[in-house]
Design a binder for this molecule. Sequence first.
Ligand SMILES: NC(=O)c1ccc[n+]([C@@H]2O[C@H](COP(=O)([O-])OP(=O)(O)OC[C@H]3O[C@@H](n4cnc5c(N)ncnc54)[C@H](OP(=O)(O)O)[C@@H]3O)[C@@H](O)[C@H]2O)c1
Length: 311
Amino acid sequence: MKAIILKTFGPAENLTYIEKEVPIAGSEEVLIRTRSISINPIDVKIRAGQRPAFKDKLPLILGWDIAGDVVSAGKNVKEFKAGDRVFGMICFPNPGNAYAEFTVAPAKDLAIIPVNIGYAEAACSGIAALTALQALRNFAPVQPHQRVLVHAAAGGVGHFAIQLAKYFDAYVIGTASASNNNFVLNLGADECIDYKATIFEDAAKDIDLVIDTIGGNYIQRSLKTMKPGATIVSIPSILNAEVTQLAEADGKHGYPLLVKQNTEDLNFIADLLSKGILKPFISHVFSFDEMVAAHLQIESGKTQGKIVVSF
Ligand SMILES: NC(=O)c1ccc[n+]([C@@H]2O[C@H](COP(=O)([O-])OP(=O)(O)OC[C@H]3O[C@@H](n4cnc5c(N)ncnc54)[C@H](OP(=O)(O)O)[C@@H]3O)[C@@H](O)[C@H]2O)c1
């Protein structure tokens, strides 16, 4: 099969096409014929050598968000059989091995793709959708009519967070550049702040829950928008407790988030996809031969919604 291997951390051009044996599924795993994968900022950060935990894992195959067909299932797998269409966030945070025509994944990391949903949409709905759901629900679960501020509302996590926060009946404010304003409003946001033209902490007030997808000084700036006792969930600050300390010093709550695979959450997302309540927006579709271009797109920091690589 064709696969893409990373032998040395560095630029996107370090992604190298190879031929290798089709892997064999273990007793708790399934072998998947890959149909679509989605690329996330974590793929790019690891490729660039920004994640020390991966230092000893070279050579490796990147990729965690997958959708495809089950070819065979291990002897202890009861949930899936050959021919099932499945999707999920696989093996995270270990190497996912999804940049390949065939991939082995633990059955516990997968869910069935609804019949009315395509492989590309399903592949988009792993890391980013799980992160958005877990940020909104796992710390200070969002309540109807609460005010939620979502940073980078036009991005992968943000565009799911806007839709999910509306589903939970919140009043939702996003931040995005002017060119993404209508995109964010069309996702259902009640307001969108052009963060380049407006100081967002002047425009957003009395916030109950902040979904911080930017980190750095966005934590302290966001605290200024929040009610006493409100919560900020910071997604890029997983490696330190800074958000907790800063929030507590200000009479608020702060949590770092590391997305976790959870079949119940994946099925919850699948259900919303099938009902058309959650709609992944795919701004670019690349072929497997265009992986370098896909990485450069994510690296630009300007991706609208999600991008996929289809086989
Ligand atoms: N901890 C975890 O488990 C976890 C899970 C998922 C993601 N993450 C992290 O969360 C971050 C976001 O991920 P993602 O997939 O959503 O990224 P993404 O899709 O690449 O985000 C791109 C978007 O960011 C927007 N943006 C950039 N700077 C902005 C700013 N200052 N204010 C508002 N919007 C801004 C851009 O919109 P404009 O063009 O309008 O600026 C663009 O639409 C990444 O750092 C990722 O690694 C962490």
